[in-house]
Design a protein around this ligand. Structure first.
Ligand code: MTE
Ligand code: MO
Length: 432
C-alpha cells in the first residue's frame, strides 16, 4: 500500500469519527459526506441522526451486509392459526403486498408458511439430498455437489392454497399476502432424475422435508421432469432459513405446498403418498373422494388502493395491482371501477414472465363518489378469473357458504376481489 493511500484512509477514519462526535461533517465531497452520515456512532445517535434513533447494529456490519433506511417501516404481519393449534404452531407470515413496488418481492418480506413445526436450523455441509425409489441408481448429493451442476435461475411466484379472498380480511395482505415472487436458482430436478435413471412404470415423486414433522408432498413425475427445480438460491443469495435453507423443491405454478422446503429426499413412486398434510388440509373433497389440485388459475388483486387505505383527495390516482397464473403468462388484466359493469384494460409492466407476478396499472380519476374497484386477469391459456359466485358454482356451493367457511374444502381460490370506495375515501372489502 502506498503511503498516500494509507494516509488517506487514516484521514477518512478520523474524519468520520470526528464528524460523528461533533454531529457535523467536515469539508468532504458530497458522496463521502452522505456515507459518513449513514454511520452513526454508539451513544451519539441524536447528534449524528437528526430526527430519530440510529439504525440497529454495528456500522461496519451494515456496510458488509446492508440494511434498509431506518425511515422505512414496512413489515410482515404474522399470526398463528388457532384452528391448527392442536397440530402445533401453524405459522402464517404475510407478504405486505400493499407496500411493495415492482414485481419482485424483497427476500425479507417473502411470506412464510410452515405446518406446525419450527423451521429447522440446518448446517449446510451436513445436509444431503437423496434421490431414491423407482430408480436404477439411488443418489445422494451434498449442497456443494448440487451447486457444481448446471444452474438455472427462474423468476416465479409461489402461492399458498390458503390465500383465499373469501377470508374477507380488511387488508389486502391478510387475504392475499401468502404469495410472493422472487428469483430462485438451483438445478433442474430432471437433471438429477435422469442421472438416477427413472424406471418406466414410475409416475410420481414424493418429496420430504427435514423438519420434525417431515412434511411430504406428492407431485406427478411428468411435472417433476418438466420444470421442477432443486433450489439453493433466492434473489441472488442463499435461501432464507424460513423459506427452506439450504435446499427446497420448487414446482412452478402448482400450489406452494408442492414446493417442499428443507428438502432431504425425493422418492420416485408409482402412486401418490397420502401424507398427513395432504389428507388433512390440502385435498378438496368431493362426493367421489379426495382430490389433488395442482396448477393455480388466473388471479389478480388491486393492492393500491385496497381495504384499510384511504383516498385523501379527488382526482388522479393510479390503480395498481398484481396478477399471476400458474398456467403461464398473464395476457390481460381488466379493471372496473363500477363493480363490473364496465371494464378497461390495464397496462402491464414488463417483462411479463410465465408463472410470475405481473404488475398492472390503470389511471383513474376519482370524482368523490362511491366506487367499486375490481381487477380480472386472463392468462395465456385463455382462462379468465371468475367472480366468487362463478367460483362457488364450479365447486357446487354458494358464495355465502364460501364466505362462511363451510365450503373451504375446495382448491385454489382465485375469485375477483372487489374493494368498495366510500364517499369519504375510505376503502372496504366488498366481497359477497
Ligand atoms: N418442508 C416443508 N415444506 C413446505 C411447507 C412445510 O410446512 N414444510 N409448507 C408448504 C406450504 S403449505 C407453503 S404455502 C409453502 C410456503 O413457502 P414459503 O414459506 O417459502 O413462503 O411451503 C410449502 N413447503
Ligand atoms: Mo400453503
Amino acid at each position: 500500500m502506498t503511503e498516500k493511500k494509507a494516509s488517506r484512509r487514516c484521514f477518512l477514519r478520523q474524519a468520520s469519527l470526528a464528524s460523528m462526535a461533533a454531529g457535523i461533517a467536515v469539508g468532504t465531497a458530497p458522496a463521502l459526506k452522505a456515507q459518513m452520515e449513514m454511520m452513526p456512532s454508539a451513544g451519539t445517535a441524536a447528534a449524528s441522526s437528526p430526527g430519530g434513533a440510529a439504525p440497529p447494529g454495528n456500522p461496519t456490519d451494515r456496510l458488509a451486509y446492508g440494511v434498509r433506511s431506518r425511515h422505512e417501516k414496512t413489515l410482515r404481519s404474522f399470526d398463528v392459526d388457532p384452528l391448527h393449534m392442536h397440530f402445533g404452531r401453524m405459522m402464517n407470515v404475510y407478504t405486505p403486498l400493499q407496500d411493495l413496488v415492482g414485481s419482485i418481492t424483497p427476500t425479507s418480506l417473502h411470506f412464510v408458511s410452515a405446518h406446525g413445526y419450527v423451521p429447522p436450523d440446518i448446517e449446510p455441509t451436513s445436509h444431503r439430498l437423496m434421490i431414491q425409489g423407482m430408480v436404477d441408481r439411488p443418489l445422494v448429493f451434498t449442497v456443494d455437489e448440487l451447486k457444481q451442476l448446471p444452474a438455472t435461475s427462474r423468476i416465479m411466484y409461489l402461492e399458498c392454497q390458503a390465500n383465499r379472498p373469501e377470508y374477507k380480511a380488511e387488508r389486502v395482505d391478510l387475504s392475499f399476502g401468502k404469495t410472493a415472487c422472487v428469483q430462485w436458482t438451483g438445478v433442474l430436478l430432471s437433471v438429477l432424475l435422469k442421472e438416477a435413471g427413472v424406471r418406466a412404470d414410475a409416475k410420481w415423486i414424493v418429496a420430504e422435508g427435514s423438519e420434525n414433522g417431515r412434511m411430504t408432498k406428492s407431485t406427478p413425475l411428468s411435472k417433476a421432469m418438466d420444470d421442477a427445480l432443486i433450489a439453493y438460491g433466492m434473489n441472488g443469495e442463499a435461501i432464507r432459513p424460513e423459506n427452506g435453507y439450504p435446499l427446497r423443491l420448487l414446482v412452478p405454478g402448482f400450489e406452494a405446498i408442492h414446493s417442499v422446503k428443507w428438502v432431504r429426499q425425493i422418492k420416485v413412486t408409482d402412486r401418490p403418498y397420502m401424507g398427513f398434510q395432504e389428507l388433512s388440509r390440502y385435498s378438496p373433497r368431493n362426493p367421489k373422494g379426495i382430490e389433488f389440485t395442482f396448477a393455480q388459475g388466473a388471479k389478480s388483486v388491486i393492492t393500491n388502493p385496497s381495504a384499510g387505505q384511504q383516498l385523501t383527495r379527488q382526482g388522479f390516482h393510479e390503480i395498481r395491482g398484481l396478477a399471476w397464473s400458474g398456467g403461464g403468462r398473464v395476457s390481460k388484466v381488466e379493471v372496473s371501477v363500477d363493480g363490473g359493469k364496465s371494464w378497461k384494460e390495464a397496462a402491464l409492466q414488463g417483462p411479463v414472465l410465465p408463472v410470475a407476478h405481473t404488475r398492472f396499472t390503470l389511471p383513474w380519476n376519482w370524482n368523490g363518489e362511491e366506487a367499486m374497484l375490481m381487477s380480472r386477469c386472463t392468462d395465456e391459456l385463455g382462462e379468465v378469473q371468475p367472480t366468487l359466485a362463478q367460483f362457488a358454482k364450479f365447486w357446487g356451493a354458494t358464495s355465502a357458504e364460501f364466505l362462511a367457511g363451510t365450503a373451504s374444502g375446495a382448491g385454489h381460490s382465485n375469485s375477483i376481489q372487489p374493494w368498495g370506495v366510500r364517499k369519504d375515501g375510505s376503502i372496504y372489502n366488498a366481497i359477497s
